[in-house]
Design a binder for this molecule. Structure first.
Ligand code: GLC
Length: 736
């Protein structure tokens, strides 16, 4: 560490103000665009700026050859030869796609999260990438928001655990290793609470929600040593987060004592003018650097105005020096000063990508991310022998949609389809396919809108005929991956096109229908769920989607996923989440006198169709006695909470044992329950295990609106179960 400080101090001392500002400038390459393309985008000028030492990093420069070319300009042509850092959105894979992050979160398996991030890092670093703009750890409660697929779901505790695992996976124990990359905790902060779920919209939020729901995953990422943070597009309570001094400087850099660097989101510095927060780009540069935003992605505000702001005495040079120091530290830790071309190894690029090992890891992660929501009459798992299966739906044969909308360099149509996966496990002639419905047409890409085909019933007759001749139907439903992701919020979270109409027709000829739901959000699937005996939520599972789903359908893997988000009965319930407050008139009307003066809807139940933490197995898990080692916890102490879980069979399997607490009376009201621990345990059929958790003050604490962490004396309920809705509780008294 001492050498690093000396090296950076010596380099900083040599740099001119112009060269320092250059380090704060992050340009997009010309290979890909992940934001609005500036009218004046000029790649030749960008390369010239690199030669002049006016660029600190590039994003979307792809392959070893391209990064080597750009790096050469910086290292060999610029005066000080400071290497560029290359960033890219390696969200859930580079070429081998793991499940989307929301699906990984549904595994509740931190080893899965770690391995998926490590795989992404292995492939990205083999292609010249140093830095990923992930993990995205925005908690959200609103499925209308397209980016829910990119994050860990609705809960801060699960979100914090996933954040830590993803950071550890991307960065490993040594950023200088050639198979690890710098991670980036984003978007800091509260982007997931955009009003009405509409992307880039306003965020107005109370301080208690900010501190107790939004910030914990970011604190976890900072404590895990994440190298960088990214702010965001949204404003928070009137201040754009890019110019938010409280978040970036006071909280992140001072209170949390975090030493990495903050990058803006795409042109978000310049967008503070549009927000009405700054008068012009120069004013935006002043506000952003003062607030603690160290690097400017694509707005050119820093390059054009920081030197002048310093020379005019408006901006203190110490902010520039500190930002440069933070950026140089990450470049040093990546080993770029030792060897700027250390990640430019074409042999590794060939040998590390899309290997069988990588695909096997993706398949295992995908299987563990699947959530079984319904399985009446134990229709699942299907036998591999002697069963005729009708596989229906365009999503069943689609090889592109499972890749998700943040697919980096995955080849189009490279995923294993559901149909392929199923055919690989049984006699091919036991399976017949019919498309049934079409879902989309037109250009499907990251940048452009998607046309959803409305009620086209031309494929119905074939599909009904297949269903009629089959013992079981496997019907793939859901949404196109390009209905999810950035810029893809929807007011209607129901099923598009003629999918539901087709289901009605199929039910007329065959009741044995297994629905496989492919989506990047909690869709409104209530009607489907009521009509069919079996329902699997499979998300967008990546390169090995079809194989993983088939493994579950045929029982080669006993499903173990649990929902990281609540599934609504109706889109009108959004935002919906399990850790809600009790209110003064909770939903259950104690008098049952038919009066209306309770917190409810007149046209829908309050609770979700499927709650946070819910997921079935092919086995039944029974929760036996739970107990506390003591009923009073004294300040500074710790007690044990144990629960007996039994796998009643018939299959070996995993269960996610979840521990929730309720703080009955507090200075600021607390939710009816909060997840505070979980353990994913494996039990053989018939096996029983006592699972124990340590209860301490930290688990009972919460943040007051002023940001202080408190644990207040009084009564708590400690609950355990296999879902947020099925819990049994014990009372605990906490005393000072
Ligand atoms: C995008 C996203 C951000 C991403 C960045 C670079 O607009 O908001 O998450 O990392 O730009 O692609």
């Amino acid at each position: 560490m001492e050498h690093r400080q000396k090296f950076i101090a010596a380099l900083l001392a040599k740099m001119t103000l112009v060269e320092k500002v250059g380090q704060l400038n992050l340009y997009n390459g010309t290979w890909e665009f992940t934001g609005p393309v500036p009218k004046d985008d000029d790649s030749q000028l960008k390369f010239e700026h690199i030669r002049q030492g006016l660029v600190g990093g590039m994003l979307n420069v792809l392959t070893v050859a391209a990064t080597r070319e750009a790096q050469k300009l910086a290292v060999e042509d610029s005066r000080l030869g400071i290497p560029l850092i290359f960033g890219y959105d390696v969200i859930h894979g580079y070429k081998t796609m793991a499940p989307i992050p929301l699906a990984q979160s549904a595994s509740w398996d931190l080893e899965v999260a770690r391995k998926c991030a490590a795989l992404a890092a292995l492939e990205a670093s083999a292609s010249g990438i140093h830095w990923t703009f992930a993990p995205m750890i925005d908690i959200t409660r609103d499925a209308r928001w397209g980016r829910v697929m990119e994050g860990p779901g609705e809960d801060p505790y699960l979100g914090s655990a996933m954040a830590k695992a993803w950071v550890e996976g991307f960065q490993g124990s040594d950023l200088g290793a050639v198979n690890t990359i710098a991670a980036c905790a984003k978007h800091f902060a509260a982007y997931g609470f955009v009003e009405a779920g509409r992307d880039y919209n306003t965020v107005d939020m109370g301080s208690s929600t900010l501190h107790n729901i939004v910030l914990p995953p970011f604190k976890a990422a900072a404590e895990a040593g994440v190298a960088t943070f990214m702010n965001g597009f949204n404003e928070l309570n009137g201040v754009p987060v890019t110019g938010n001094r409280f978040l970036q400087r006071q909280l992140l850099k001072e209170l949390w004592n975090w030493s990495g660097f903050v990058v803006s989101d795409w042109a978000s510095i310049g967008e503070m003018v549009t927000h009405g927060f700054t008068a012009d780009l120069k004013h935006a540069a002043e506000k952003a650097i003062g607030a603690g935003c160290d690097m400017d992605m694509e707005s050119k505000a820093y390059l054009r105005h920081l030197q002048q702001l310093v020379e005019e005495g408006i901006v203190d040079q110490k902010y520039i020096d500190n930002a440069v120091q933070r950026i140089l530290q990450v470049k040093y830790d990546l080993g770029l000063f030792d060897d700027p071309y250390r990640y430019c190894n074409q042999q590794r690029e060939k040998s590390s990508i899309l290997t069988d090992t990588n695909l096997a890891l993706a398949r295992d992660a995908a299987r563990k991310s699947i959530v079984l929501l319904k399985n009446e009459q134990h229709i699942l798992p299907l036998s591999k022998l002697g069963v005729s299966i009708g596989v229906i739906g365009c999503l069943a044969q689609d090889k592109d949609i499972p890749l998700g909308s943040w697919r980096a360099q995955a080849e189009a149509n490279s995923a294993k389809s559901l149909l392929e996966g199923m055919k690989s496990l049984v006699e091919p002639d036991s399976i017949r396919f019919a498309e049934g419905y079409k879902l989309t047409r037109g250009d499907r890409s990251f940048l452009f809108e998607l046309d959803i085909i409305e009620n086209d019933e031309t494929g119905f007759d074939d599909a009904v005929a297949v269903a009629q001749d089959s013992d079981v139907v496997v019907l793939a439903m859901g949404e196109d991956c390009w209905q999810t992701g950035e810029g893809r919020s929807q007011v209607d979270v129901g099923l598009k096109g003629s999918q539901q109409e087709l289901l009605k027709q199929l039910l007329k000829v065959n009741q044995n229908i297994v629905v496989v739901m492919m989506s990047g959000r909690a869709l409104d699937i209530a009607e489907v769920a009521h009509q069919v005996p079996a329902l699997l939520q499979v998300w967008h599972l990546g390169s090995e989607a079809g194989n993983a789903i088939a493994d579950v359908i045929f029982g080669d893997y006993n499903p173990s996923g649990k929902l990281p988000v609540s599934f609504p009965r109706h889109g009108g319930q959004l935002p919906i989440y399990y850790n809600h407050k009790n209110t003064g008139r909770p939903t259950t009307n104690p008098h049952d006198d038919g009066m209306v003066f309770w917190s409810h809807y007149t046209d829908c139940e309050n609770d979700p169709l499927y709650p946070f933490g819910f997921g079935l197995s092919y086995s039944k898990f029974e929760y036996g006695e739970s107990r506390l080692s003591a009923n009073r916890l004294i300040s500074g102490g710790s007690i044990k909470f144990t629960a007996t879980i039994k796998n009643l069979g018939p299959y070996d399997g995993h269960e996610v044992v979840q521990l929730y607490i309720r703080d009955i009376v507090a200075s600021e009201t607390r939710p009816v329950k909060e997840l505070k621990a979980f353990k994913k345990v494996f039990l053989a059929a018939g096996e029983e295990e006592v699972v124990s958790f340590d209860i301490d003050e930290e688990m009972l604490s919460y943040y007051l609106s002023d940001g202080s962490l408190v644990c207040e004396p009084g009564a708590f309920t400690i609950m355990v179960g296999g879902s947020s809705a099925q819990t049994q509780g014990q009372e605990l008294i906490y005393e000072l």
